[in-house]
Every structure is written in structure tokens, then in C-alpha cells.
Write a new protein. Structure first.
Length: 148
């Protein structure tokens, strides 16, 4: 049974370089052209992590052209926070920032604590393994929230 899916979703993490771009890409793959999906970070943004790109490519999600951006940049480019029906915070910092920014508006904010694989593992294969755990956790969260 398919649950109600909002018309627009914003995924937020710390730097928009790992978890939120993965969530954006996965969500777009699951719901192609059915809703507006974006991602942003609440701190200074960094380029998308190469391990995140690699583990997403394994499931047919392309993050190579993703441009990381902060919430401030997103709004400067014309995407207002109030235009999103659902905002998903994936880190404690993102949750605090989004709740602070949205305290005067009536829309849904959810917190999905998501593993940060940065710096985990000693070898490339171990690091990829931790990034796969994060990717798979995001897939599971999306499926639980929107599909199951």
C-alpha cells in the first residue's frame, strides 16, 4: 500500500555533501517526476563525497552533477523553505537549524537520524561498506515513510 507522498521534500544535513544528496537522488529515482525534491546543508557546504557518488552509482543514482548548497544559497536561488511540504533533517545540527527557521510556519519537519560514515574504516573497501550502510539506511527510511 502506497502512503501519501508530499508534493515537495527538502532533505537537510550538515554540509550537503553526503546524506542529503544521497536522499535527494534516491527519492528522485523512486518517485521520478512525481514530486519536487531538493537538498541543502546547514553549515558551509562541501563537494559531494566521492564515496557517496560511488555507492549511489551502484544502485543507478547519479550524484556526479549534484552541486552542494547551503540553506542560505538555496533561498538566494529562489527556493523558499516555506515552499516545501516536508523538510527532513538528517543530523542533529540540521534539525536544530530547520526547527529554528521554521518555527513561524505550519509545515511538517521530520528528523531521520542517519549514520555519518565520514572517517569510518581504514581501507577503501571498509569505507565503501560504511557508505553503503548509510545509503541503505536512507533507502529504508524512504521506504518506511513513503511506501510501506
Amino acid at each position: 500500500m502506497v502512503k501519501t507522498v508530499p508534493s515537495s521534500v527538502l532533505f537537510c544535513c550538515d554540509r550537503n555533501s553526503l546524506r542529503s544528496p544521497m536522499a535527494e537522488g534516491i527519492m528522485k529515482k523512486i518517485f521520478p517526476n512525481k514530486l519536487y525534491v531538493q537538498s541543502a546543508g546547514v553549515l558551509e557546504n562541501l563537494p559531494v563525497d566521492g564515496f557517496a557518488i560511488a555507492v549511489c552509482q551502484e544502485i543507478g543514482v547519479d550524484l556526479i552533477n549534484h552541486r552542494s548548497r547551503s540553506l542560505e544559497e538555496m533561498e538566494a536561488w529562489g527556493d523558499e523553505l516555506t515552499s516545501f511540504e516536508l523538510i527532513v533533517a538528517m543530523t542533529p545540527a540540521a534539525q536544530r537549524r530547520v526547527l529554528d527557521w521554521t518555527r513561524f510556519f505550519a509545515f511538517e519537519v521530520e528528523y531521520w537520524p542517519t549514520l555519518d560514515p565520514t572517517g569510518m574504516g581504514m581501507t577503501r573497501d571498509q569505507m565503501l561498506g560504511y557508505f553503503r550502510l548509510t545509503r541503505d539506511q536512507i533507502i529504508q527510511q524512504i521506504e518506511q515513510r513513503f511506501l510501506i
